[in-house]
Design a protein around this ligand. Structure first.
Ligand SMILES: [Zn+2]
Length: 346
């Protein structure tokens, strides 16, 4: 840590990170990340750690920023392994920097927040995202970045779209980035953008807990951690959107490709027999959601996120889904396998 001022800002960033991490409408599970540039060092959240733990755990890793940016500019595959740029002497736990470290390094501002904001994602999956966001972010310097796999491909897409003065990025099928010179300013900008993009969730009936408990029986499935998760199975539009595919990367990482909806009359065993596999979650139309009993806390957080996102999407508009190639790229990616392993361990 270069100066006393840097140390104070890092402490403020940890407190803000914990607040952001405690809000399921801003981040879920190990998603989202925050950073601070101090001289030539980029302090960034470690891969697989949760922002909500920012005050109780050491989750920030120091990275040598200059060499990392040079690697991105050379399109060197090494930029996709930010652990190679971690400063070992300041990283006694050997944590790996976030998969999204290159995104933070590319933004010139000192403080960068990247969140999987539910309101942003609900617009970022719509094919008309750029038009709709433009209506809402008048007066803010923002740029739209089409979906690319997090890591080097996303960093390159951002580099192509970044203009001087831009301090807000809307990442297609992914989330939001805000960047400013101070932690306090970053928090203000985050809430300003979020309030502009906010849309109400469609109201739904209550889950049928008795029916779900009967369906769960000894099937190896259980009720989800959050009662909010059921909404995606209770609203016909949300169910249709979920069943049609994967809307954003962390859904694929924590829950697998797309969503499984039980057909009328099907029990859990019927669904498993039909698919030949045990999905992480099953949606029962009009009743609610069941999670596989061994599903991680990250899977529960992402199942709730799906309900929160789909409930806000315009039901009349066309959606962009991740392609089969996008899905495969996420599942087979070494960096994501590492993050999944940490998630299972936690
Ligand atoms: Zn992200």
């Amino acid at each position: 840590m270069a100066t006393e001022a840097d140390a104070q800002e890092l402490a403020a960033l940890r407190a803000l990170s914990a607040r952001i991490g405690g809000n399921p409408h801003l981040t879920q599970a190990a998603g989202g990340n925050t950073s601070l540039k101090a001289g030539d060092t980029l302090w960034i959240k470690a891969s697989g750690t949760w922002l909500k733990d920012a005050l109780s755990d050491d989750i920030m890793v120091p990275v040598a920023m200059g060499p990392l940016i040079e690697a991105v500019e050379r399109r060197d595959p090494a930029a996709d392994k930010p652990q190679a740029f971690a400063i070992g002497a300041l990283n006694p736990r050997g944590l790996r920097p976030s998969i999204e470290t290159t995104v933070h390094a590319l933004m010139p501002q000192r403080v960068v927040l990247h969140v999987h904001c539910v309101d942003t994602i609900s617009l970022a999956v719509q094919a008309d995202c750029e038009t709709e966001v433009a209506l809402r972010l008048d007066g803010i310097e923002w740029a739209y970045v089409p979906y690319r796999r997090p890591g080097l491909p996303l960093a390159q897409a951002i580099a192509e779209r970044l203009r001087p003065g831009v301090d807000v990025l809307i990442l297609g099928n992914h989330g939001l980035v805000v960047a400013t010179e101070t932690v306090a300013g970053a928090e203000r900008l985050l809430h300003r953008v979020r309030s502009r993009l906010a849309r109400p969730a469609r109201a739904v009936a209550n889950a049928d807990t008795a029916a779900l408990t009967a369906l769960a029986g000894d099937s190896g499935y259980r009720l989800p951690a959050d009662v909010e998760a059921h909404a995606v199975a209770l609203d016909a539009d949300s169910r249709r959107m979920a069943e049609a595919g994967s809307l954003y990367p962390d859904h694929v990482i924590f829950l697998g490709q797309g969503s499984v909806v039980a057909r009328p009359g099907e029990q859990v065993a019927d669904v498993i027999a039909r698919l030949g596999t045990n999905p992480a979650a099953i949606l029962f139309a009009g009743a609610g959601v069941l999670m596989r009993s061994d599903a991680s806390s990250g899977a529960d957080a992402m199942q709730r996120c799906l309900a929160d996102v789909t409930a806000r999407i315009d039901t009349t508009t066309r959606l962009n889904y991740l392609t089969t190639a996008d899905n495969d790229e996420l599942v087979n990616w070494d960096a994501e396998q590492y993050r999944q392993k940490l998630n299972t361990a936690g």
